[in-house]
Design a protein around this ligand. Structure first.
Ligand code: IVH
Length: 676
């Protein structure tokens, strides 16, 4: 079919008008068109494109949201790795960084150094590739070397141009920046999740990362992610500095954070940092610090990178936030292991970007130490994604006639007596039929890292238990759409969906099943280690204390916990039932060598651990290293071979850098242990 030039022209005109309107709305925050007019033009373009599909171009505003969910994401190796940033937690550490890079680069005269200050956006980094001006690929940061290709999802972010707004675009450009959820959008999503009984996102960063990994671009489109561009990789260019790059990005159609500042000295950087410490609380998105970058590209190039970080940039982080609030009540929560955790219920308070109403009080000892009472004004603290905690009580604000809080002696759910096991700080409900334990176990079983049963959140689990449909994990597998269709807020469609999701969980590998059982101390990393050494549940259940505790990462505490778990008849019956319904209780490619006969790959090596590791507790990491023949010491010296580095590392990291000591992440450590 030939298309007359009038139609062709109209399509081009509509596209340009809509692109302009999009840019004005999402990037400039200065709309030029009423919604109704936009909708009308959009519909006209959509209709014309439906009639003449030959006219569709990849940068058309109609092409932002794909129809087909992805079946999975493909791993992509970054051409240039996405480095992380070294952290400084105060101005002294910032100064130490300046001294360090200046020492490293002795030859120069540093009288006229320029730094670019940018706000550190708390989101998820993305790498975008443009070929001849068109967006062809969007990839997550991943581990910095390899990420996941999520182009479909990236296209839904309206502040990311599908086509660069420049004449004669270069053949290839890579743009990096931060995808993030504005705070109001984060609150809206969490509210919706709460209504549906789904687990809440802990913070906007997790929510952004979780959204980017959604397989269905329609869901991503419903959550209004935004993107601030901050890095430009462009070959053969006139651009010679970070400041010029940011302006180039802005002129190409990207949203670049308007609060950037070019500073002529470290004192100016310090002023910027102090100024934003207060002002950032009024921003509609979350920031957790300031990124300081040397402006001049030739100096950046001369300084280069350490194993992990650029030497020419640093993140200056704001401390965890604290706020005062009033304690309205103290309640206790019974978890899936029976542990009884007291919580303070507080007057809602805005803290580190989210509204906080509950804070953990950990255990009875901590309550006694704080002497916290209902009616008290307290200071609560939230650092990153950690659950808020009460730091201290303000006794001067205590009203008269308050009573010290006493921990209950009976389970609030099943009323059986609570026990405090020797050497533990927590009270526990030991009744295996306790409703709270059952509820927690089922929610854990269905959680993402365990059997990943979508739709089986806290609310539905509660309904299944309250209606007598489920008394144990195995009962889930007897459910039918008919049995659950009458539950509150459960239509026949969602009933079918849930039963399908439960059915599909039978295909999940043994390590997830083992993690899902919720054996104390058996997290997903340990479950993985265990299934590698004991390829079936029968081998695991019969394993001796000695053979269990000789596995890397499985210390005596974990070994005893596994033995205790299998000594309970109810648990043995559960395994039999799970076998019958067809869950994976052995690995598909059995591997029979146990670590007892393995060599010790770290023998003679000395480690120091610093910061919070993503999944291992410090004592777990220590046990792992020691099992493999290594030694863990408390401070860095020339004799240290490796620094095992977690989040929020402090002075040990600086010392290690000064001494040029190798740094390892938890993942690096686990790889070392497995491959050797
Ligand atoms: S620059 C080599 N600039 O912070 C350059 N990062 O802790 C590395 N981030 O992975 C990144 N705002 O996800 C840079 N203005 C900004 C940033 C920023 C947020 C994130 C980014 C990075 C992480 C490092």
């Amino acid at each position: 079919m030939t298309i007359n030039s009038e139609i062709n022209q109209r399509v081009t005109q509509l596209r340009q008008q809509l692109q302009k309107a999009n840019y004005a709305y999402y990037v400039l925050d200065d709309p030029i068109m009423e919604d109704a007019v936009y909708d009308q033009l959009y519909r006209e373009l959509d209709n014309l494109e439906t009639e003449y599909p030959q006219l569709i171009t990849p940068d058309s505003p109609t092409q932002r949201v794909g129809d087909q969910p992805a079946s999975q994401f493909v791993s992509v190796t970054h051409n240039i790795p996405l480095y992380s940033l070294e952290n400084a937690f105060n101005l002294e550490e910032l100064k130490a960084w300046e001294n360090r890079w200046q020492r490293y680069h002795e030859a120069e005269d540093f009288n006229s150094i320029e730094y670019v200050c940018e706000l550190k956006i708390d989101g998820s980094a993305l790498a975008l590739t443009y070929e001849n001006g068109l967006l062809i690929r969007g990839v997550t940061r991943g581990d910095g070397t390899t990420g996941e290709e999520i182009t479909q999802n990236v296209r839904t972010i309206r502040s990311i141009p599908l086509k660069l707004n420049i004449d004669n675009p270069p053949p290839i450009v890579e743009v990096r920046g931060e995808a993030f959820l504005p705070l109001d959008e984060f609150d809206r999503i969490n509210q919706q999740r709460e209504e549906k009984g789904e687990a809440l996102f802990a913070n906007p960063r997790n929510a952004a990362a979780g959204t980017l990994r959604q397989l269905d671009p329609k869901i991503v489109d419903q959550r209004r992610l935004q993107f601030f561009a901050y890095t430009l990789h462009l070959e053969e260019t006139e651009i010679k500095s970070q400041w010029q790059s940011l302006n180039y990005l802005e002129n190409s159609g990207f949203l670049v954070n308007p609060h950037r500042q070019l500073c002529q000295s470290l004192d100016e950087v310090a002023d910027y940092f102090k100024q934003w410490e207060t002002k950032r609380k009024d921003l509609p998105y979350m920031t957790d610090g300031v990124v300081v970058k040397i402006n001049d590209y030739s100096l950046q190039k001369a300084l280069g990178f350490t194993q992990k970080f650029p030497r020419w940039a640093i993140a200056l982080k704001y401390p965890a936030e604290e706020a005062p609030t009033l304690v309205k009540d103290i309640i206790v929560n019974v978890g899936r292991t029976g542990a009884v955790t007291p919580m303070a219920v507080m007057e809602p308070v805005h803290l580190a970007g989210t509204t906080v109403q509950k804070a953990t009080l950990h255990n009875g000892d901590r309550i006694a130490q704080l002497d916290i009472r209902v009616g008290d004004t307290v200071i609560i603290r939230k650092a990153g994604e950690i659950i808020p905690e009460v730091v201290r009580v303000l006794p001067e604000l205590r009203p008269p006639n308050t009573e010290p809080y006493e921990m209950p002696d009976r389970c609030p759910e099943c009323h059986s007596p609570l026990i405090r096991p020797p050497q533990e700080a927590v009270l526990r409900c030991m009744n295996l039929s306790c409703g709270a334990i059952l509820r927690g176990s089922l929610v854990h079983w269905a959680s993402r890292d365990a059997l990943d049963i979508r739709g089986l959140g806290e609310k539905i689990v509660g309904l299944l238990i309250d209606n007598g449909l489920v008394n144990s994990i195995a009962d889930l597998y007897d459910l039918t759409p008919e049995k659950i269709a009458n539950l509150e807020r459960m239509g026949s469609k969602s009933a079918d969906k849930l039963i399908n999701a439960i059915e599909e969980s039978k295909q999940q590998p043994f390590s997830r099943v083992l993690y899902g059982l919720g054996i104390r101390y058996v997290g997903s990393v340990t479950a993985n280690l265990l299934t590698k050494n004991f390829p079936s549940i029968d081998q695991l259940s019969q394993a001796s204390f000695a053979s269990l505790s000789s596995v890397y990462g499985v210390g005596e505490e974990i070994a005893q916990s596994i033995i205790d778990w299998f000594s309970i008849e109810k648990n043995v019956n559960l395994i039999q039932q799970l076998k019958k319904v067809g869950l994976q209780l052995e690995t598909s490619s059995p591997q029979t060598t146990t670590v007892e006969s393995s060599p010790t790959p770290l023998s003679g090596k000395t480690f120091v651990i610093t910061g919070t590791l993503p999944s291992l507790k410090r004592n777990e990491a220590k046990a792992l290293i020691e099992k493999a023949g290594g030694k863990v010491t408390g401070s860095i010296s020339k004799k240290t071979d490796y620094l095992l580095l977690g989040e929020n590392a402090g002075s040990k990291l600086i010392k290690a850098q000064e001494l040029g000591i190798n740094q390892l992440s938890e993942a690096d450590l686990l790889t070392l242990l497995q491959t050797d």
